[in-house]
Design a protein around this ligand. Sequence first.
Ligand SMILES: Nc1ncnc2c1ncn2[C@@H]1O[C@H](COP(=O)(O)OP(=O)(O)OP(=O)(O)O)[C@@H](O)[C@H]1O
Ligand SMILES: [Mg+2]
Length: 349
Amino acid sequence: MATVECRGIRKLYGALEVMRGFDLKIDDHEFVVFLGPSGCGKSTMLRMIAGLEEISSGDLFIGGERMNDRDPGDRGIAMVFQNYALYPHMSVRENITFGLERAGIGKAAIDQRLAPVVEALGLGVYLARKPTELSGGQQQRVAIARAMIKTPEVFLFDEPLSNLDAKLRGNLRIEIARLHRDLKTTSIYVTHDQLEAMTLADRIVLMKDGKIEQMGTPEEIYQKPATVFAAGFIGTPNMNFLQLKMAQEWIGDNLIKFAAPPGIRQGEVTVGIRPGSFRVSEDAQAFRGTVERNEFHGETRLVSLKNGQHEINISIPAEVRPTIGEVLGVEVASSDIHVFDPATGLRLN
Ligand SMILES: Nc1ncnc2c1ncn2[C@@H]1O[C@H](COP(=O)(O)OP(=O)(O)OP(=O)(O)O)[C@@H](O)[C@H]1O
Ligand SMILES: [Mg+2]
């Protein structure tokens, strides 16, 4: 059983506190993604779980056992890094198996473990090659194979795909998801790429400044971001944010008017609306603005509408072809309006 539990984990470098109390319970077989901007503490947290970094205070449990003082080799984990270092003088096969050989495992047993790993990662034809004779994506698959063959209880990935081009990243993302389904190993995956997080995670742990900002399934965070930060971090194109006033059932000012979602007080609010939530219609009254920018994105186009101090990005079907300078009216359903407290950034609806 490989649950992972973090209780009040902190990390200090001298006086600098980079993890400020991290509490998380990860279920057996769960795929959790640590997501957040550069410097928020994702790698530090992962390295503390791996045992590569000391835990300043708090407790770490893997499979119900306290791990704070255990050696990395005794934690039942395997880690894949962003900068995978393969041994250049060894063949692919040797790179994958040398850890097992060093541990004194016999050749027959190694061959038995090697076969399914090689099969899962499609490395069969490369076994005799040297790493320099492989593409970046193939090298990264060797690094993943090397971790997999240890049959760990917990897989830790630190931005394993960030050195690869977009297409390769997409392909390997699918392979990692499939591996996880086949092996059912508990996995923690660090990335700052929200698309990677959305597509891989059972649960996203969104981090900011050494703390958890929000955790939930990708849908939960996308549909009900708990803070302005979460709302802005998840979803492309980015959410629009507007500083508006609420009065009874309306949110707006002299240029904008939305029906307010139920259950909110009066006063100043930060309103968040995703570009895809807007509908263009001729007699729309919510907002009318001049087309300032029109980007073709394939299926959709991203159009920015300006009126006075407000500029709103809308994502519309590509077959709608507005011209620059044209005035468009848009509507939005009140269920697609996210309302936040401008002082605290917390969600109000
Ligand atoms: N050895 C160290 N000494 C002092 N500060 C450190 C040390 N290692 C990391 N930090 C600081 O801890 C914070 C968290 O770093 P960390 O590497 O965990 O961020 P990250 O979320 O993984 O970022 P990235 O997405 O850029 O990899 C950063 O502010 C970093 O400068
Ligand atoms: Mg990092």
